[in-house]
Design a protein around this ligand. Structure first.
Ligand SMILES: O=C(O)c1cc(=O)[nH]c(=O)n1[C@@H]1O[C@H](COP(=O)(O)O)[C@@H](O)[C@H]1O
Length: 291
């Protein structure tokens, strides 16, 4: 793999628009699709999503938790999802939010980002709450294998602020995460590219990016923004939330799209409608010369 993740992501967002479609097989959704909530239902649900999303959106994000529910057989379905999307040429982010002391983090990195990973995604979500530097083995390995990370910075849940807005030595926890990612993305910034160390910032965080003085443009971070649709984030609020960094945002939506199934045609229509709403915003910005 030669091209860095950040550059591959930028190409995919240019080609397909800035939407990441989530595969989150909640029990309620699987049952609403008329499927049984068991391994066969999980597989049918997940592979229908793969059919609908592959080649249509920039990125697909399977949520590991919903596959882990079914043990090793559920993980095998997750691996098939990742393999099929890779074969279709669609980028994947595995949402597993890994984070541990450095020596254990090295094993997580090997599992998902290493050259011999069984079913590697293009990028992995990780948690920096054991300290940003505890992620070093994953950051280094991702760089070697052309893969990426999305580090939690400002999460979409209301409880997140109590940790992420906390200030120490004049700097918020979120700002220290942005700073760390910026240092790791410095070479990409020099090349005028997005870096491979992205951040997770929820679509629901209101004015927190500006309030905490987070300079996402200088950090060259792609921003995975979950929380659109089911959690209340809207296309219209994107510019206000992300300001000058809005061109770096990969908008993520799961339940809003998945609710359109099980009929594949309706799932495709909903996916394209949501994708085009974000794509149109990006297109308008480009036409007006706005970053
Ligand atoms: O890392 C994530 O993707 C994530 C971070 C965050 O702050 N909030 C958040 O909702 N997510 C994930 O994004 C998805 C949101 O799903 P919907 O609310 O159904 O669109 C879930 O898989 C969450 O685990």
């Amino acid at each position: 793999m030669t091209q860095a993740f950040g550059a591959r992501l930028q190409d995919a967002m240019t080609a397909h628009g800035p939407l990441c479609a989530g595969i989150d097989p909640h029990r309620s959704l699987v049952e609403a699709w008329g499927l049984s909530y068991d391994l066969a239902g999980l597989e049918r649900f997940a592979l229908t999503c793969v059919e609908a999303f592959a080649g249509r959106v920039a990125v697909v994000k399977p949520q590991s938790a919903f596959f882990e529910v079914f043990g090793s057989r559920g993980i095998a379905v997750l691996e098939r999802v990742l393999d099929e999307l890779r074969d279709a040429g669609t980028l994947t982010i595995l949402d597993a939010k890994r984070g541990d002391i450095g020596s254990t983090m090295a094993a997580y990195a090997e599992a998902y980002l290493g050259p011999h990973a069984v079913a590697p995604p293009d990028a992995l979500t990780v948690s920096p709450y054991l300290g940003y530097e505890s992620l070093r083995p994953a950051i280094d390995l991702a760089q070697q294998t052309g893969r990426g990370l999305f580090v939690l910075a400002l999460t979409s849940n209301p409880e997140g602020a109590s940790v992420q807005h906390a200030v120490r030595d004049g700097e918020s926890v979120a700002a220290s995460v942005v700073h760390g990612a910026g240092v790791d993305n410095a070479a990409a910034l020099d090349r005028g590219e997005l870096g491979s160390v992205g951040l997770v910032i929820g679509a629901t965080v209101g004015t927190a990016v500006a309030d905490l003085g987070l300079d996402l443009v200088a950090a060259a971070t792609p921003v995975l923004a979950p929380g659109f649709g089911a959690q209340g984030g809207t296309v219209a609020s994107l510019a206000a939330t992300f300001g000058p960094a809005r061109g770096q945002v990969l908008a993520s939506s799961s339940r809003e799209i998945l609710g359109a199934g099980p009929e594949p045609g309706r799932l495709v229509d909903r996916t394209e409608r949501v994708r085009d709403a974000f794509g149109e915003l990006a297109g308008r910005r480009r036409r007006h010369g706005i970053r």
